[in-house]
Design a protein around this ligand. Structure first.
Ligand code: ADP
Length: 279
């Protein structure tokens, strides 16, 4: 008789993570302490985790530690693990999307989207034609078909963020880290981007961590919402049961519903209790 498959290791796991910047100096600052979580590897789907919390509580630091970003990595104590392995630096399995448009100004949309593929050419072995075809597919998926030859300065903020999304998703990362990706956009464009993200979500089946200052966005996009405490940050409260299912739904319609407003109200109440230090 064959052995049953052992449980795969969690996609991402934080074990008692602590991060002190400038440790051992007068400027020492502990941004995170006692951060623990486990995101299980759900077959055929990923989880969407929204992270909110007071400014400076270490939200970006969490993403940077998962990413293995050299300025922040490693934790001062504890361990950040991806698929059971301690993070030692950035990897192709993790993609980051920032608030500020991170496209290369001197490259066209097409060449921005092929950039990562070109960088990892030896690993995936795609020809130039195959890379271009794949990039064009993703440019179409993010709604930028016809703009392949344009440069970033010829695009609106929302369009530039679409390029950033295509650039990241074309590489099929298993983990996507988004740091306030829509906060520089106006409200209607934000809704459009939320719609796009929920739509692309099924396609990539990745695990997503989204830092946002919008509680509505956190509740709309998240399967879970974490509220991080004042620094040193840790997860003060996690919500999952109260969140209405919103995948593939129209953000405007959902965000008008009473269930949604109730959920945001509940998260907001917890947020202010945590910010006031009562949790
Ligand atoms: P948040 O995203 O919640 O606003 P951050 O994770 O960006 O907070 O930062 C938490 C704290 O750690 C801030 O006080 C910030 O100044 C500090 N910090 C973040 N990154 C660095 C760094 N590379 N060097 C020194 N201090 C840092």
């Amino acid at each position: 008789m064959s052995e049953p498959n052992p449980m795969p290791p969690p996609v991402v796991e934080a074990v008692d993570v602590e991060k002190t910047f400038a440790a051992g100096t007068k400027k020492a600052y502990t941004a995170l302490k006692g951060l623990n979580f486990r995101i299980e590897d759900l077959p055929g789907q990923g989880e969407f985790i929204s992270i909110v919390g007071p400014s400076g509580c270490g939200k970006s630091t969490i993403l940077n530690l998962i990413q293995g970003f050299p300025d922040v990595h490693p934790p001062t104590r504890g361990e950040m693990r991806v698929r059971g392995e301690e993070v030692t630096g950035p990897g192709r399995d993790r993609g980051m999307i920032f608030q500020r448009y991170s496209s290369f100004p001197h490259r066209t949309v097409l060449r921005n989207v092929t950039f990562g593929l070109e960088l990892h050419r030896e690993e995936h072995g795609l020809s130039r034609e195959q890379m271009d075809r794949l990039a064009r597919e993703w440019i179409a998926k993010v709604g930028l078909g016809g703009h392949e030859g344009k440069y970033p300065h010829q695009l609106s903020g929302g369009q530039q963020q679409r390029v950033a999304i295509a650039r990241t998703l074309v590489l099929k990362p298993r983990i996507i880290l988004m740091d306030e990706p829509f906060s520089a956009l106006d409200e209607p464009t934000r809704y459009e981007m939320q719609k796009l993200i929920t739509h692309l979500w099924h396609e990539v089946e990745a695990t997503v961590f989204l830092v946002t200052h919008s509680l509505g966005e956190a509740v709309f996009l998240g399967d879970r919402v974490w509220i991080i405490t004042n620094a040193p940050g840790r997860i003060g409260q996690e919500f999952s049961d109260v969140l209405p299912p919103t995948r593939d739904a129209d953000p405007l319609l959902v965000q008008e519903s009473q269930d949604f407003k109730d959920a945001v109200g509940e998260v907001a109440h917890a947020f202010f209790e945590i910010q006031a230090g009562r949790v």
